[in-house]
Design a protein around this ligand. Structure first.
Ligand code: DX5
Ligand code: ZN
Length: 217
């Protein structure tokens, strides 16, 4: 199985983003957290900044929209060339319709669920998505502790994806480090977001390599 590491630039230096993105050029994706101070209480940045990130990054963008009204904004992120655009199931009026619209734009469509949101309603709809993001912390802030209790959702997803032979990436986000990545990989995740674990310390690119090795172990 192939694994993907997606460093979250939420943990990077916002006034040196180009430098910090170049420090993870060995990553598979770069995770861009969009927060609107509504769906979550924190605030990051929006389209204009993401467009510049897209221009300077050699690594494809993995956009995570923690925003209300994703129908309004997700297509704009697809438009600017993001590799994957993931919106929250709790915020979308019709997740399947939105995913279809994003796919029609040529982008991979992802649906994210908060730790308390059941995955049941999406299990029958998996082929409508290219990616399912199981949040392993409450969305909003970096540096929180991994929630083991989210792992049963991943195991359910992995079983179904494999049984049906689907090409759906299973992503985890929140509290992923050298230890918890093994737990999430064992539960079936193949795509791993890591913010603080990558950007703490002097060598983010080495952290990416180490995390990839741990996920494959
Ligand atoms: C949290 C964000 C994450 C965050 C993860 O709501 O969605 O992407 O950057 O940060 P760490 O890896 O520090 O938990
Ligand atoms: Zn995220």
């Amino acid at each position: 199985m192939s694994v993907r590491i997606s460093p979250s630039i939420l943990a990077a230096d916002f006034v040196n983003l180009e430098r910090d993105i170049s420090r993870i050029s060995n990553a598979d994706l770069v995770h861009v957290d969009i927060m609107d101070n509504h769906f979550v209480s924190n605030l990051t940045f929006g389209l204009q900044m993401t467009e510049r990130i897209q221009q300077v990054s050699t690594v494809p963008l993995d956009v995570h929209l923690m925003i209300d009204n994703p129908e309004r904004w997700a297509p704009e992120y697809a438009d600017l060339g993001a590799f994957a655009v993931t919106f929250h199931a709790e915020a979308a009026v019709d997740p399947v319709a939105l995913a279809r619209a994003l796919r029609a734009q040529g982008t991979r469509a992802g649906v994210a669920v908060k730790p308390g949101t059941p995955i049941g309603p999406y299990l029958e709809l998996l082929e409508e998505f290219d990616l399912v993001l199981v949040m392993t912390v409450e969305p909003g802030f970096g540096g929180q502790s991994f929630m083991d209790e989210t792992m049963p959702k991943l195991r359910q997803l992995r079983e179904l994806v494999d049984k049906r032979g689907l090409d759906v990436w299973l992503e985890v986000d929140g509290g992923i480090d050298e230890r918890t990545i093994e737990i999430a990989a064992a539960a079936g995740a193949d795509t791993f977001v890591a913010g603080s674990a990558v950007y703490r310390g002097a060598d983010p690119s080495l952290r990416v390599t180490e995390l990839r090795e741990r996920a494959l172990a």
